[in-house]
Design a protein around this ligand. Structure first.
Ligand code: OFO
Length: 165
C-alpha cells in the first residue's frame, strides 16, 4: 500500500512522463514539416517510449492501492529554431527528468517504501541510457557543423537509434 506522500510523488512523475511524450511529439511535428523525416521518426518513437514510461507508473500506482490521476498537461513549445537547438532541448529535458526521478527515489527512502524504491531502479537505469544517448547525438551534431551532406546522413541514420526499454 502506498503512503499518501508516495502516491502524490508518483502521480507527479506520471505527469512528467506524459508531458515528455508531448514535448517529443511536438518535436516530431516540427521536424516532419521541415522535411527532416528521419529526425521526425526518431521523435515519434521517443514520444511513444515516454508514454510507455507513463503507463508503467500508472499500472504500478493502481496495483499498489493508489489511484493514478490523469491530469491536464502544459502545452509544449511548437517552434525549435534549428535541429541542433532541438536536440539540445531534448538533452536538457532528459536532465530535468533524471532530477525528477532522483527526487522520487528520495521520497521512497523517506517513506521507507522499499518496493517502490526497487520499482524505481528501472527508471534510474533508463535515465542513464537516455542521457548517454542524447549526449552521443549532440556529439554527432557537433561533428556535422554546417555540412549539408552531414545533415542528410544524420537525418537518415538517427531513426535507427533507439533506447532499449
Ligand atoms: Fe525520457 O525518460 Fe521518461 O521521461
Amino acid at each position: 500500500m502506498l503512503t499518501k506522500n508516495m502516491e502524490a510523488a508518483l502521480n507527479q512523475q506520471i505527469r512528467v512522463e506524459a508531458e515528455s511524450s508531448q514535448v517529443y511529439l511536438s518535436m516530431a511535428c516540427w521536424a516532419e514539416v521541415k522535411g527532416l523525416e528521419g529526425i521526425a521518426q526518431f521523435m515519434y518513437k521517443h514520444s511513444d517510449e515516454e508514454r510507455m514510461h507513463m503507463l508503467k507508473l500508472i499500472k504500478y500506482v493502481n496495483e499498489r492501492g493508489g489511484h493514478a490521476h490523469i491530469t491536464d498537461l502544459s502545452a509544449p513549445e511548437t517552434e525549435f529554431g534549428t535541429f541542433q537547438k532541438m536536440f539540445q532541448k531534448l538533452y536538457d529535458h532528459e536532465i530535468f527528468v533524471s532530477k525528477s526521478i532522483n527526487e522520487l527515489v528520495h521520497v521512497s527512502l523517506e517513506e521507507k517504501d522499499y518496493a517502490t524504491h526497487n520499482f524505481l531502479q528501472w527508471y534510474v537505469a533508463e535515465q542513464i541510457e537516455e542521457e548517454a544517448l542524447a549526449r552521443t547525438i549532440l556529439d554527432k551534431i557537433n561533428l556535422i557543423g554546417n555540412d549539408k551532406g552531414g545533415l542528410y546522413l544524420f537525418d537518415r541514420d538517427v531513426q535507427m537509434i533507439t533506447v532499449e526499454s
